[in-house]
Ligand binder design. Structure first.
Ligand SMILES: [Zn+2]
Length: 144
């Protein structure tokens, strides 16, 4: 995806609130990246929203476009892309002043992502999230 193009950011009610997906980057019929954020997240902290937008922006610019492929190299790149998006997300969240954060479950999730980033365990994080497991392995892994 060409970085010089505008990347629209839209609130959407099209993402199921029961799913683990909070935001996504989709490619329009014209081939343009569009970032969509679940509409019910409008009231979340600015730190959470900034981190979420930068995560999706990474996908919009660097997407490997091989989601759901079973090619091993493609899957490896996919996990690396997710980990890189989470690293950017973590760096933005931790750099945002505390007054823009809160104690919501989603901010606690951000704090966990920052912790994993410091521990250099973002690949493990990606592989532990059921939504990513479904993309990488076809279905969520059994809970161990
Ligand atoms: Zn992602």
């Amino acid at each position: 995806m060409a970085a010089e193009k505008n990347i629209p950011i839209r609130w959407t009610d099209a993402i199921d609130k029961k799913s683990t997906t909070l935001a996504r980057t989709r490619i329009s019929a014209e081939g343009l990246a569009i970032i969509e954020i679940r509409g019910d997240l409008r009231e979340q902290s600015l730190a959470f929203l900034a981190a979420t937008i930068v995560h999706e922006s990474y996908h919009a610019v660097y997407s490997q476009s091989c989601n759901y492929s079973t090619d091993r190299l493609c899957l490896k790149k996919y996990v690396e892309e997710e980990a890189a998006a989470f690293a950017l997300e973590a760096s933005v969240y931790q750099a945002t002043p505390d007054r823009f954060k809160n104690n919501s479950d989603l901010d606690k999730m951000q704090q966990e992502i920052v912790k994993r980033w410091y521990e250099k365990r973002l690949n493990d994080l990606v592989l532990s999230i059921s939504g990513y497991q479904a993309k990488v392995f076809g279905e969520p892994l059994a809970v161990r």
